[in-house]
Ligand binder design. Structure first.
Ligand SMILES: [Zn+2]
Length: 372
């Protein structure tokens, strides 16, 4: 390797106002190119990479007429041959920064864009659920029950109506629920001890849903559907076991936390933090369980029912019957038409399971390949 040709420069040493003509050599060094300054009649002075204020990179098609290089205590240099400087700098091992490469090479720019988009997508898809799962460990049960009370009050003022089920019938089903809840076991969160309680409501189609902290709501229409299809209480017990699974795995809390993480991320990205404060009970209405949450709840129900010595086929039949009733109602063949979202809305038993038939097959078989 031939030694680089020294470059002429004017040196202002900071002590004298007169510039001196010196020779500059840029040399490779472990921490990046260093600068050697040769002044006549003096030993060479070397400036490490970090001691030099390297000039901003420029567009090669429009080089500046002159470079000024700040050497800190060593004064400053003026160089009249920017191209020669740049060539020597590259030869000494200088790598252009990312911003420089993006300015000059659009494929690099495109690659950076694609990587950024992929990174955002991966964070949204996997990062936020993972983060929410971790953060949920620190969410107190009292926060969950307070949120649930608030949401249930809101729903009672809206779509939900008091149950018309006879108190004895409610007591029967509550006893089944309590027996299952006593065996509920831990979900993903060791030491998490929700207070399970069953509530009855009407005003919605055949449905059941779980609120964070342990409250499970079942509709009169679901109890009626089991009766109309002669499916018995084991079918309802299966649905209740599924909802207990949602509670044990804290699915709703995880989604609320995840929404909060996304809001904070968006707030930081957009520089708007005021929107963060608007989170609360209203948040829940926009949520639907993820498909993997439904599968996890089904697995929990299968294990719980097996441990209790109960069959899961009646639950499968009930889900199929509800799906068929809903489809028939939407076609207007069976009774008064209802708005579809009444059955398919919030926390529906079926909404995030497009393939109810496959799910019913798994429940009838008593096991599913995705359950551990
Ligand atoms: Zn569910």
């Amino acid at each position: 390797m031939t030694p680089p040709t020294p470059l002429r420069a004017r040196w202002f040493d900071g002590a004298s106002s007169q510039a001196r003509t010196v020779l500059v050599v840029l040399e490779p060094a472990p921490g990046g190119p260093q600068l050697a300054l040769h002044a006549p009649g003096q030993p060479p002075r070397r400036f490490a990479h970090g001691a030099v204020e390297w000039p901003e990179e420029w567009n090669p098609r429009r080089p500046p007429p002159r470079l000024v290089v700040d050497l800190g205590d060593g004064g400053s240099l003026e160089i009249d041959e920017p191209a020669a400087w740049q060539a020597m700098l590259s030869a000494a091992g200088h790598r252009p920064g990312l911003a420089q490469r993006m300015q000059t090479r659009w494929p690099v720019f495109a690659a950076v864009l694609v990587l950024a988009a992929a990174g955002l997508f991966l964070f949204y898809r996997h990062g936020t659920p993972w983060l929410a799962t971790q953060l949920t460990r620190h969410v107190p049960l009292a926060w969950e029950t307070a949120l649930s009370q608030q949401v249930l009050h809101q729903m009672d003022d809206g779509t939900l109506k008091p149950s018309k089920l006879a108190p004895e019938r409610q007591a029967e089903l509550r006893a089944r629920f309590d027996a299952l809840a006593a065996q509920a076991g831990a979900g993903r969160y060791a030491g998490y001890a929700p207070r399970y309680a069953l509530q009855f409501r009407s005003g919605l189609g055949a449905n059941a849903f779980a609120l964070p902290g342990g409250t499970v709501v079942v509709t009169d229409a679901l109890v009626e559907a089991a009766r109309a299809h002669r499916l018995g209480d084991d079918a309802i017990a299966g649905v209740l076991a599924h909802e207990i699974g949602h509670v044990a795995h804290r699915h709703t809390t995880r989604m609320v936390v995840e929404q909060g993480v996304l809001n904070i991320g968006l707030g930081l990205a957009l520089g708007d933090v005021s929107g963060l404060l608007s989170t609360g009970g209203s948040l829940l209405t926009g949520l639907a369980y993820r498909r993997n949450h439904e599968r996890e709840a089904d697995c929990h129900a299968l294990a719980l029912m097996r441990a209790a010595g109960l069959p899961t086929a009646p639950m499968a039949d009930l889900l199929l019957a509800i799906a068929q009733d809903g489809a028939a109602r939407r076609k207007g063949q069976d009774g008064p038409a209802q708005a579809p979202q009444e059955e398919d809305g919030l926390w529906s038993l079926l909404s995030s399971h497009p393939d109810t038939a496959a799910r019913a097959r798994e429940l009838r078989a008593g096991h599913a390949p995705h359950c551990s």
